[in-house]
Ligand binder design. Structure first.
Ligand SMILES: [Fe+2]
Ligand SMILES: [Fe+2]
Length: 453
């Protein structure tokens, strides 16, 4: 048994209570029909191989990728992304998964930098080109993709309003990447149901709040949850195996994830994860935090489980994506991580370029944050690299705990005071909670995992 992240394991039955434990979080709007389902009765998964991308943040280069305002906005919006390279990175990744002849590809949201209409148009054209070549692509929206006030371009020393797209326009643009062939569409959101191979249903869940403009946080709206629950029931009746994808995290990926960065795990996450687990969804693919991490939930009565496989941003070093294979005979899922090591424009030296570019932005961001707290330039030089290291280590996955999370030698009393208030977060980011994050085997019948072969 792995050590769960605090709060990650649903509570056990209270003494004397029979049957499955109830959802633990108050205020859930879910009905109880799927909460009493017998997960062992869920259908067997068919043999399949698929790829998973997240947060590719495609950016139309014609909107401008240089100048002080561009960099100022990158730091202000915490955009540690290889935006200039994003079209070539995506193309390389699409080439690789096409060559592998995967059955389908999931893209877990944040398809564009900030929902710019021209970025979406170019991306939709590119994805359609690969769809025509036989790559079955399913997308879902991320928080950056729709009704985003940050959509803009840069001309010299001027910002230009870029114009974002609406929810209906998103579904229309990606008609060939999930929406057109959807078995069902949720009237209340951009969620839909796909059957990319016979016998396998993929619930593509819109966890974003685009109806209210740009929001970083995520939520499964009550009506969308009801819609999803009805499909869980139908899947059981029709003998369909279930997977899901969504942009925001469904489980915590480090101790205190929801407390430290509440916008990165959906509201009511434990009760919703438990509903999905009991309804037969065994693995959910997510993105948003730009990190490689896999977390597991086991229900309090040990009868159901669910994995949240979070994939790092394709546009941020080390530019990872996943290849997932299910063996029908053994009902084992094998998750493998690959990284982009070259693009058309950089056949050599791409990882080094990606690392240095992202590191420089991350360093600038950490310094900006610390300076905002009146930390001296000298203390910033000592502390910023340590802050960056914690996020980098978490982002790569399989964190190896440093002997000492923080070295405060030479730091002034004020610098120490400021960083001590962040110590719990930095230590949590260094924490490796099982299972392993990059390569993993999952027994889809028992929920056990095994280390990479
Ligand atoms: Fe993102
Ligand atoms: Fe996001």
């Amino acid at each position: 048994m792995d050590r769960p992240i605090p709060g990650q394991q649903a509570p056990p039955n209270p003494p004397g209570r029979q049957g499955p434990a109830p959802c633990s979080t108050a205020g859930s709007t879910a009905n109880s029909t799927t909460g009493t389902a017998d997960p062992s009765a869920s259908a067997a998964y068919p043999a399949v191989t698929f790829a998973v991308f997240a947060d590719n943040h495609y950016y139309d280069p014609a909107l401008g990728t240089e100048g002080p305002l561009f960099y100022q906005d990158l730091l202000r919006n915490r955009d540690i992304k290889l935006l200039k390279d994003s079209p070539e990175i995506l193309e390389q990744a699409l080439e690789e998964v096409t060559a592998l002849k995967v059955d389908f590809l999931l893209i877990c949201g944040d398809l564009t930098k900030d929902g710019e209409a021209s970025s979406h148009r170019l991306l939709a054209e590119k994805l359609s080109e690969y769809s025509r070549r036989g790559l079955n692509i399913l997308v879902i929206n991320g928080n950056h993709d729709v009704n985003n006030r940050h959509a803009r371009g840069y001309r010299g020393n001027r910002r230009q309003r870029g114009g974002s797209i609406s929810g209906p326009r998103f579904a229309a643009l990606y008609e060939g990447q999930g929406y057109g062939a959807a078995l069902e569409r949720d009237p209340a959101s951009l969620s839909y149901l796909a059957e990319p191979v016979p016998g396998l249903w993929v619930l593509c869940l819109d966890t974003c709040l685009w109806q209210r403009g740009y929001r970083e946080e995520g939520r499964l709206q009550p009506r969308t949850l009801e819609w999803a629950e009805s499909l869980l029931d139908r899947a059981r009746l029709e003998g369909k195996a279930l997977l899901a994808m969504m942009h925001h995290g469904l489980l915590e990926h480090y101790p205190g994830n929801k407390k430290f960065y509440s916008a990165y795990v959906i509201d009511d996450f434990l009760s919703i994860a438990e509903i999905l687990a009991r309804g037969g969804v065994k693995v959910v693919f997510t993105g948003h935090f730009h990190s490689q991490d896999i977390a597991r939930l086991i229900t309090g009565d040990q009868e159901a489980f669910l994995y949240d496989v979070e994939t790092g941003s394709l546009a941020t070093y080390p530019c990872p994506y996943r290849i997932v294979t299910i063996d029908a005979a053994s009902q084992h899922m094998h998750i493998q991580t690959r990284r982009i090591t070259a693009t058309a424009g950089r056949r050599r030296g791409f990882p080094d370029h990606a690392y240095r570019y992202c590191y420089r932005l991350a360093q600038g961001l950490a310094e900006r944050k610390l300076r905002g707290l009146w930390v001296s330039p000298r203390d910033c030089r000592l502390l910023a690299p340590q802050v960056v290291a914690a996020f980098q280590v978490h982002g790569l996955g399989n964190e190896e705990k440093a002997e000492q999370a923080l070295d405060l030698k030479g730091v002034s009393p004020w610098g120490r005071f400021v960083i001590q208030r962040k110590r719990a977060l930095l230590e949590a980011l260094w924490e490796q909670t099982p299972p392993p994050d990059n390569h993993l085997g999952i027994d889809l019948q028992t929920g056990d995992f095994r280390p990479p072969e």
